[in-house]
Ligand binder design. Sequence first.
Ligand code: EPZ
Length: 423
Amino acid sequence: MAKFLVQKSGPLNGEVTISGAKNAVLPIMAATLLTEEKCEIRDVPALRDVEVMCRLLESLGATVNEDLGRNKVEISAAGSISHEAPFDLVKMMRASILVLGALLLRTGRAVIHLPGGCAIGKRPVELHLKGLKALGAVIDEEKLQRGIIDASADKLRGATIYLDFPSVGATEVIIMAAALAEGTTVLENAAQEPEIVDLANFLNKMGARIKGAGTDTIKVDGVTSLRGVSHNVIPDRIEAGTFMVGAAMTKGNVLIKNVVPDHLKAVIAKLKECGVDITMDDDGVRVRGDVNELTATDIKTLPYPGFPTDMQSPFMALLTVAKGPSRVIETVFENRFMHVGEFNRMGANIKISGNCSMIPGGKALKGAQVVATDLRAGAAVVLTGLVADGITEVSQIYHVDRGYERFVEKLRALGANIMRVED
Ligand code: EPZ
């Protein structure tokens, strides 16, 4: 199994270009099932999850030409499409659920074996199913008890749907199904993430009529067909935030290019509270950790536009070395503190009480053997490795490969002492 070896590094300096957003490209790729015409997607990050989605769409009958070296994927879901997603692919990526709405609409049925929970939580999908049932889908309840979604619908009709929680995946699955349903759908308490807006922009380019994406109420007027289009994926705000944190905690000076500052308001505000110097210029966002002393702040994760849960572990890496105590409250996932044990192996001395982690801060961390417990936590322990004395060995780095394109190369270009080694 591959590992990262990370040594204490000097300040990260230079510039880094952010890749396309994983959590935007995955639903957009799923949405190509809604047309028989070819779609060309650009600025696609070369990630393991994108490759799995390519294989999944192919297994359903689509023609996929991926050129990830040039960050491009062409998808043509012409002809007959299977209604069943193969379990061996679904178990590799829970985001496979994102094909549910499009598959149901395209074939009148969708069968997806649910993967179990994962490190960060049990990841239920009852809100996705609530929305599809409201649109007229019938769910086989007996199979659902066995972890198999078997949804069918001759026709989908618009409805008003309230989401008990602004679930990103449920919002995406529902607007994909509503796009070609008969009549109008109003989705209330919808997720507002920028990736939802990117999906809505892609669908509207295809001919859909979606309004309100990015707010908590999304209105979809169903149309009868959608056409193939080209689309450039938005930059990955979580990758950008991860490199901002890296620049800050190594007292570096890094220009982050290809980033939408508006997508990172909460993260930028919290970094500034910690004394990080952040300026915007035409080329991107400049982050300097070499201006002021790094001081502590408190974090509470919330659905967008609140502080993103995916930035919780990378930001906690910064708080382990910032001066003073801080608290991190995780409200989105029920079990997203698996990385705390890894930070503590490096001397962070963090205590957990319920959904709150207390970080004493100001620690001189020591290199250790640690594990990537999810894709963001894997990046986070690399960041602590950059400032810890000695060598940090990170295993289970397949998690990191899921969410960060050329992570080692981008860090090394900024002066980080990191290498990937095969066992
Ligand atoms: C998306 O996951 C992202 N993944 C996650 O990013 C991200 O952490 C998450 O949104 C929150 O922002 C992709 O976009 C592929 P949710 P998703 O449905 O859609 C509960 C990463 O790091 N919930 O908004 O699965 C759920 O259990 C990944 O790139 C229900 O209770 O997230 C969780 O506690 C990790 N019932 C909370 O909502 C449901 O029916 C947020 O889940 C659905 C969700």
